[in-house]
Ligand binder design. Structure first.
Ligand code: FAD
Ligand code: SF4
Ligand code: SF4
Length: 480
């Protein structure tokens, strides 16, 4: 009976899977959280009160059937729990690991508001699908009956991969183009292994390859083909290229050796994890070992950089952020993890210059204070007359966020409509761009966002593309 195993939140305490000790974590790039054993997973799932209106699901971008798969887990019906969880998501075990649950499902769990601590939804979700992989319950993707139409997907991140999976399931020939040599987008080369181990991403990619989706890796649209070339080859195109233009910080000394961009640093580290040759890591340019490292920024990218630097054996790691802890965009959970691992946060501080000549040796820092709220509602930082000071730094990592590249120019398609931020404009209903048969999804439409939103967009755009392609095929039949 459901009620025998559920509603246990009063007597049963919230318990996340244990984290490895900070000392242990510093030694490798493995995930920091251990996995639930079967019994604690079932017990934690049983804390759910099976709300009639489940706010957890409402605030999950995928509207996952959370209370239902929690109940199935609590009842020990793990395979059914997996099937239900898989029905709305192409990557549940990835979302379970890296969604900011405190802002989404768990942050809106009613039990959290009663003071008992949210149901540990993300950890249970990860447990369910990891178990499914181990037990061989994750079925191969079965392509639908061939429709004789083909789709080109530009970008093999979560948005592109999700759309590719659903479109292949509908029977289209699907070709995915990516300028990196491995698929996965930021799942592969941005997010570090201590949040998401790479075999977890690669087994998803392999499953898509096994279903006949053709991957063109190392293929940069704009260099290796124009968008028009691809439009000639395919019946429809999806642009899912993400956002990669690092926000600039024009300060004196910004061009010195030792001042590097966050993504270059993270990609180099992830490539080392794959065993690739990375000359810029081996010559020390993108390696924090033995260095005083200063990371500038307060978002998730900055958190990933500071924690990567710790694992590379930095002498010291400081994170400079111009607002305070309460006003930072990054997840508080990640800040806590970083602090445990030895990162020093220097709040209300902004860089003024990178000093030392050709090779940076220090950062001049200006104290800031918070003034009136800005357009985003957050209190805007302003210089504090308390003055400037210097901190030692022989590696400075700039992590100020990302904007869209200039796709109309890159793709040689000036008629592609974009916003003033460079993000691609789509029709709200069809998700089609200004170009007939060219759709767009993920960060390139939203701006820098989250993996779970990219998956949602990939799911939605696959549905609208399917509808459009069916109409195109029907019209062609009538005309013939
Ligand atoms: P991407 O994942 O960026 O994939 C786009 C793909 O398009 C890339 O593979 C790229 O090579 C390819 N591409 C681009 N241009 C071309 C071209 N011209 N030709 C061919 N291919 C091209 N989100 C979370 O939810 N949780 C996290 O913990 C988290 N951590 C993050 C950490 C970092 C360091 C960063 C940078 C982001 C993080 N995010 C996180 C955000 C998340 O990774 C993105 O929102 C998500 O990956 C966007 O998916 P996407 O498919 O739109 O784009
Ligand atoms: Fe929560 Fe993310 Fe899973 Fe949705 S996909 S249930 S938000 S962890
Ligand atoms: Fe269960 Fe919390 Fe969701 Fe309610 S909000 S259904 S208690 S997980």
């Amino acid at each position: 009976m459901a009620n025998d195993s559920m509603l246990k939140f009063v007597g049963r305490e919230q318990s996340y899977p244990a984290k490895r000790t900070a000392d242990e974590r510093q030694e490798d790039f493995r995930e920091i959280a251990q996995r639930y054993a079967v019994q604690p997973a079932e017990e934690q799932a049983g804390r759910c009160s099976q709300c009639g209106v489940p706010y957890c699901s409402v605030h999950c971008p995928l509207h996952n059937h959370i209370p239902d798969w929690l109940r199935l887990t609590a009842e020990g019906r793990l395979r059914e729990a997996y099937e239900l969880s898989n029905a709305t998501s192409t990557m549940p075990e990835i979302c379970g690991r890296i969604c900011p649950q405190d802002r989404l499902c768990e942050g809106n769990c009613v039990i959290e508001f009663t003071g008992h601590g949210a149901v540990t939804i993300g950890s249970v979700e990860k447990f369910i699908t990891d178990t499914a992989w181990e037990n061989g319950w994750v079925e191969p993707l079965v392509p639908g009956k061939s429709r004789g139409q083909s789709v080109g997907v530009i970008g093999a991140g979560p948005a592109g991969l999700t759309a590719a999976e659903y479109l292949r399931g509908h029977g289209y020939d699907v070709h995915v183009y990516d300028r990196y040599d491995r698929a996965g987008g930021l799942l592969t080369y941005g997010i570090p292994g201590f949040k998401l181990e790479k075999p977890i991403v690669m087994r998803r990619v392999e499953r898509l390859k096994a279903a006949g989706i053709v991957f063109h890796e190392g293929f940069a649209v704009g260099d290796d083909a124009s968008l028009d070339d691809l439009r000639q080859r395919h019946d429809a195109i999806l642009i899912a290229t993400g956002v990669y233009k690092a926000r600039a910080m024009d300060l004196p000394g910004g061009g010195s050796n030792g001042v590097v961009a966050a993504l270059d640093f993270l990609v180099a580290s992830n490539r080392k994890g794959f065993g690739d040759a990375v000359p810029a890591f081996d010559d020390g340019s993108l390696n924090a070992e033995g260095k005083d490292v200063v990371v500038i920024g307060g978002g998730d990218t900055a958190m990933d950089c500071v924690r990567t630097a710790i694992r590379q054996g930095a002498k010291s790691v400081k994170c400079l952020y111009r607002r305070d802890r309460a006003n930072m965009p990054g997840s508080q959970r990640e800040v806590a993890n970083a602090e445990e691992e030895g990162v020093e946060f220097v709040w209300l501080s902004g860089p003024q210059s990178f000093d030392g000549g050709d090779v940076v040796s220090s950062v001049k820092v200006r104290k800031m204070r918070l003034g009136a709220p800005d357009a985003s509602g957050r209190r805007a930082p302003e210089p504090d007359p308390a003055g400037d000071y210097s901190v030692d730094a022989d590696l400075v990592i700039k992590a100020l966020g990302f904007d869209a590249e200039d796709l109309p120019t890159l793709f040689a398609t000036p008629e592609l409509g974009v916003s003033r931020w460079g993000t691609v404009l789509v029709d709200g209903k069809t998700l089609m761009t200004s170009l007939d048969g060219v759709f767009a999804a993920g960060d390139i439409v939203r701006g820098a966002s989250l993996v779970v939103w990219a998956i949602r967009d990939g799911r939605d755009v696959a549905a609208t593309m399917h509808k459009w392609l069916k109409t195109k095929a029907a019209n062609a039949k009538v005309a013939a």
